[in-house]
Design a protein around this ligand. Structure first.
Ligand code: XMP
Length: 522
């Protein structure tokens, strides 16, 4: 899925059956110092041949193995001679496919549950002893009712007589609970036991090793070709660019398209960083007038996104042609964007927002893609950025969406509103930094509302804009909680913004989580 050659390091193959938490398995495995890749179950046989994993983990999933047509694991996975761990649906699947029996459960278990450890097991080494009761997180309706030959039960629960099972000879293990979620307090250690003790994988994967392997891969892929990279000012595209530059030097050209929708000082910082500190060729194209012109009078969020995406591609294409074209387009695509989701309904998922990237360009310009971060999670990209020597404050920057401030000004966008928002946003982030909270927050920003309210300042009446402040915590942007600022900090922020930014006379704080809200307002 992600690389054309088998990697130089040990791999754990995670076979996805559609669980909501499959990505967490990959994270836990990597936290144990071992590289992992997630593949959909129907592509797992090919991945097995390509990656030659040292161990396999079968994820949970929403289907029932008792239903006809529910997904199965390719037999090759059980014949590869490597340890296999089945989680939830994965455990049931192992049992159903290896000669045991699964039935719809009479006692479904969802959420916090307890298991009783009944026998020692390599998964529990140094962790759980027979006779102990342990907290785990369950989410299942079906249950295993008969074990396949060779297996024994090592833990039981009220709803699952076979809450954990082991076939020591073949190194096959199954757990009905989810060790990958934090609600199973010892889950990460249990997974580490599977990797280190059962599979004997050392745990030497590190970002330095990734960097060296990625540089080699980029050189092999690109050869003597030319690469063009669209820098957005964000962490992902910057880290991708620095890594590619390390691999192929001046075969890389970066193009920074200033949409005029950036925050204060953003463009300047990127241009300075690349030109002065890294000596990476950078084309700086100020297209703000063009973007503002195209957006004039447009209020609909989706239309805004589409206009920005299209304008971006037009400008980028012109710049690419101006430098004589390129064979490859580099993008900072991350792992959560590329994992192919497993759909049982066959229907497309609902588009909540059209995210803008440079999609469409590669076909138009006949370019191939270079995406060296495709295997990494956001926080891993930050580690790689530090490994590459990018300044800590730059690497730690909050995510910033491609359409920029345009989606933080509901309604039509004007240069005046952008200016007001920039000033307010700068103060807001300054106060967050002063309070030492920047790194505790996933993303913080201000939204200029298309609402005016009456106020009183000095002796006069004001009738000005309302500003909403937003700050959220999150691990991947998929879900988020509003950040619980202390009241006095919120008060200080509001006072400063109203006093210092002409055009705003009221400040509110957004306390919506995601879901049901999204992080951005549009
Ligand atoms: P939402 O608003 O959908 O955002 O909860 C989730 C995360 O994605 C960012 N975001 C974008 N990033 N292009 C991007 O590069 C986009 O069009 C875009 N829209 C939202 C958002 O800032 C948050 O971090």
């Amino acid at each position: 899925m992600t690389t054309s050659q088998s990697p130089a390091h040990d791999v754990v193959l995670i076979v996805d059956f559609g669980s909501q938490v499959t990505q967490l398995i990959a994270r836990r495995v990597r936290e144990a110092g071992v590289y992992s890749e997630i593949v959909p179950f129907d592509k797992s046989a090919a991945a097995l041949a390509r990656l030659k994993p040292r161990a396999i983990i079968l994820s949970g999933g929403p289907a029932s193995v008792t239903e006809a047509g529910s997904p199965r694991a390719p037999v090759a996975l059980f014949e590869a001679g490597v340890p296999v761990l089945g989680i939830c649906y994965g455990e049931q699947l192992m049992c159903a496919q290896l000669g045991g029996e699964v039935q719809p459960g009479t006692t479904a278990e969802f959420g916090r549950a307890f298991i009783d450890v009944v026998e020692p097991c390599a998964l529990f080494d140094g962790l759980w002893q027979p006779g102990q009761r342990e907290q785990v997180w369950m989410s299942h309706g079906d249950r295993v009712t008969r074990l396949p030959p060779g297996f024994r039960a090592v833990a039981v629960s009220e709803g699952a007589p076979f809450a954990a099972i082991a076939d020591d000879a073949r190194h096959f293990y199954g757990v009905q609970f989810h060790p990958e979620v934090v609600h199973t307090p010892h889950g990460a250690q249990l997974l580490a036991n599977f990797i280190h003790r059962v599979a004997g994988i050392a745990g030497t994967w590190s970002m330095a090793a990734f960097r060296a392997a990625a540089v080699e891969r980029i050189r092999t892929q690109v050869g003597s070709g030319r690469v063009i990279c669209g820098l957005s000012g964000g962490v992902d595209s910057s880290v991708a660019a620095v890594l590619i530059h390390e691999a192929i030097g001046d075969q890389l050209t970066c193009v920074f398209v200033d949409t005029g929708l950036m925050r204060a000082g953003e463009g300047d910082e990127v241009v300075r960083l690349f030109r002065q500190e890294y000596n990476i060729p950078l084309v700086h194209h100020d297209a703000s007038a063009r973007f503002l012109g195209a957006l004039e009078g447009v209020s609909d969020p989706e239309q805004k996104r589409k206009i920005i995406g299209k304008t971006f591609i037009d400008v980028f294409e012109a710049e690419a042609k101006a430098i004589g074209g390129a064979d490859f387009l580099a993008q900072g695509t991350l792992y959560p964007d590329v994992i192919e989701s497993v759909s049982y309904t066959g229907g497309p998922s609902v588009t909540i927002k059209s995210h803008h990237n440079v999609g469409g360009l590669p076909e138009r310009m006949n370019m191939k893609l270079v995406e060296p971060l495709r295997e990494l999670f956001k926080d891993e990209v930050r580690v790689l950025g530090r490994e590459l020597g990018l300044p800590a404050h730059f690497v730690g920057r909050h995510p910033f969406p491609g359409p920029g401030l345009a989606i933080r000004i509901p309604g039509a966008i004007t240069a005046e509103k952008l200016e007001i928002l920039r000033k307010a946003d700068t103060i807001y982030l300054e106060e967050i930094r002063n309070a030492g909270l920047y790194d505790a927050i996933w993303q913080a920003f201000a939204v200029l509302l298309p609402v005016r309210s009456v106020g009183v300042m000095g002796d006069g009446r004001t009738y000005d804009h309302v500003l909403a402040l937003r700050a959220v915590t999150s691990t991947d942007g998929m879900t988020a909680d509003f950040y619980p600022f202390p009241m006095e900090i919120l008060g200080r922020m509001a006072t400063r913004i109203i006093n210092e930014v002409k055009g705003i006379n009221r400040v509110t704080y957004d306390i919506t989580s995601k879901p049901p809200g999204t992080i951005e307002w549009e």
